[in-house]
Design a protein around this ligand. Structure first.
Ligand code: AMP
Length: 544
């Protein structure tokens, strides 16, 4: 029996089941021999993937989980991640992906905040969990490999307890908690429901890359984040989800995999990974002619780096801009748009593209008044892809969703044709002598210096300016650089007040588990003893 669900208007309309599991079910039916999941020698067809997910769903219910309960996982990239996600969908449970690079105590926070009933984790966490046993006392654990006090993953595959079909779910029922990276406080769980997942899938196929059945989609970034989300449209279209098997990001291994499996789409890359490709790629070593799309986002890429990447790897790049609160995504820049803008020498190659088909977005001032094109303010968005709120956090939800719009915390402006130029997180903006300086603008210039490999810019306390623009620079290998050179170089491209007042040099910059350069971590030591702006301060959005 299919449940009646009120969809819209006054009539009751029979919508059928909207459980996101239906996407997998359909691919298993359409592609009875189609490969679904591949890693090294491990391979599962779509029917095998479906059956394993139904088994996991049934066994999680047998462990005492009830519809709506949370199940967390903290796993290195492997087919297990997709099996657990779809196993949770099948049983009406809420999956809670945890970044596998987090410290065990950070993992414990998410497990506890989400109230997870079960945690599926890798054996590499076992020692840390044993050392912090009290933090994990309330959760049943399933370990991949040996894990004292945990059940083995095989027990989740016990066929006798498998579901025969997925449970019914309404569009508004929760199915995912996406924990924000927590750069400004404790991570918050953005709630996703089945409606959002459907929207993510349809929008990805419509606006970003139209994945085809049998196409090989490669995952080389953490699947608890963007790559695992892009796997959803790949499953819906019956594509092959291939997963790289090296623990760390290795460009040669990646490109060898592209050649071996004839990969056409790299699911998701952080800009830092693209930069690594620029550095480590040996032209001609691998045949990568099968590549049609590399999707990137999650942090800014500097225009110069994007240009070089397009010269080396071809017009394959697809940009998305979104956040856990409005996943994949708010705006996007298609492959075709990249190519057109690059060829025309159009500066909009440095934008985050235009609003996705069914997403409304614009910028607002600090009183939430909409701003005209060209005026910078906070980016707000609304549409079916926006979360209904944060898990167990009504204050943060009300603040983020005030007036019915998601307030992204990102500062940017739209041009006349609706291209979004992202400047920075509101909290990263520097106010120097009363002028707003967006670190990204300054970084875009410094990175053009031929002796610079990487950089971050931020504000530091200054008695005269309030905040002074400060740069921390990583020189290219073997190059020596002076602060005066950098400052003079900025002077050739930027207004005087935007030039760094001082520059420090380091060998490397800290990067998050999701490949984002941790600007605030670098900045912190400069704010010791100055409290208010540490870790993101009180900067109010000021329009230009
Ligand atoms: P997360 O929730 O971890 O995916 O982080 C979302 C944040 O990453 C956004 O609010 C932006 O600050 C940043 N971000 C995402 N996509 C882009 C992009 N294409 N360009 C610049 N920053 C981005």
């Amino acid at each position: 029996m299919v449940a009646n669900v009120r969809c819209s208007g006054a009539r009751r309309v029979d919508c059928g089941s909207v459980n996101s599991f239906a996407f997998l079910e359909k691919s298993a039916r359409h592609q009875p021999h189609g490969l679904a999941l591949v890693q090294g020698d491990e391979r599962y067809t779509y029917p095998e993937f479906r059956d394993r997910a139904l088994a996991i769903g049934g066994n999680l219910l047998a462990m005492g989980c009830r519809k709506g309960d949370r199940v967390a996982f903290c796993l290195a990239n492997s087919p297990r991640i997709m099996e657990v996600i779809f196993g949770c969908f099948a049983a009406g449970l809420v999956v809670v992906p945890v970044n596998a690079r987090l410290h065990v105590r950070e993992m414990a926070y998410i497990v506890s905040d989400s109230g997870a009933k079960v945690l599926v984790h890798g054996a590499e966490y076992q020692d840390g969990i044993t050392d912090n046993a009290d933090l994990f006392a309330a959760v049943q654990r399933v370990c991949i490999g040996e894990g004292a006090g945990a059940t083995g993953f095989d027990s989740l595959l016990e066929p006798g307890r498998a579901l025969s079909a997925a449970v019914k779910a309404a569009p508004e029922e929760l199915c995912w908690l996406f924990y924000t990276s927590g750069t400004t406080g404790k991570p918050k769980g953005a709630m996703w429901n089945h409606r959002m997942v459907k929207c993510v899938i349809m929008n990805y196929l419509a606006d970003l890359h139209n994945i085809q059945p049998g196409e090989v989609v490669l995952h080389c970034a953490p699947m608890s984040h963007g790559s695992g989300i892009v796997a959803l449209p790949a499953v819906a279209r019956g594509a092959v989800n291939a997963i790289t098997d090296s623990a760390s990001f290795d460009v040669d291994n990646l490109l060898a995999t592209v050649e071996r499996l004839r990969v056409s789409h790299i699911a998701f890359m952080a800009p830092t990974q693209i930069v690594k490709m620029l550095e480590d790629h040996v032209p001609g070593r691998h045949d990568i002619s099968s590549l049609q799309a590399i999707c990137y986002g999650g942090a800014p890429i500097y225009v110069d780096q994007l240009r070089r990447a397009m010269e080396l790897f071809g017009p394959v790049f697809v940009q998305l801009y979104g956040q856990g609160e409005a996943p994949i995504t708010i705006t996007g820049l298609s492959r075709q748009a990249h190519q057109r803008l690059l060829e025309a020498g159009d500066p909009r190659i440095g934008s985050a593209g235009q609003a996705r088909t069914d997403v409304e977005t614009h910028c607002v001032d600090q009183d939430d008044n909409p701003l005209p094109p060209g005026k910078a303010g906070e980016v707000v968005a609304r549409g079916d892809v926006v979360m209904p709120g944060y898990w167990n956090n009504p204050e943060a939800s009300a603040e983020a969703l005030r007036g019915g719009w998601l307030h992204t915390g990102d500062i940017g402006y739209f041009d006349d044709e609706g291209y979004l130029f992202l400047l920075d997180r509101a909290k990263d903006m520097v106010i120097s002598g009363g002028n707003n300086v967006y670190p990204r603008e300054v970084e875009e210039v410094i990175i053009l210096h031929p002796k610079v490999s990487a950089c971050v810019v931020f504000g530091i306390p200054d008695e005269y300016w309030g905040e002074a623009v400060h740069a921390v620079v990583v020189p290219q290998d073997g190059q020596s650089l002076t602060a005066a050179e950098i400052i003079a170089f900025c002077g050739e491209h930027l207004a005087g007040y935007k030039k760094p007042k001082a520059v420090d040099f380091v060998d490397a910059l800290p990067v998050s588990g999701y490949g984002k350069v941790l600007r605030r971590e670098v900045r912190e030591k400069y704010w010791e003893g100055h409290g208010s702006r540490i870790g993101g301060g009180a900067a109010k959005v000021q329009t230009q």
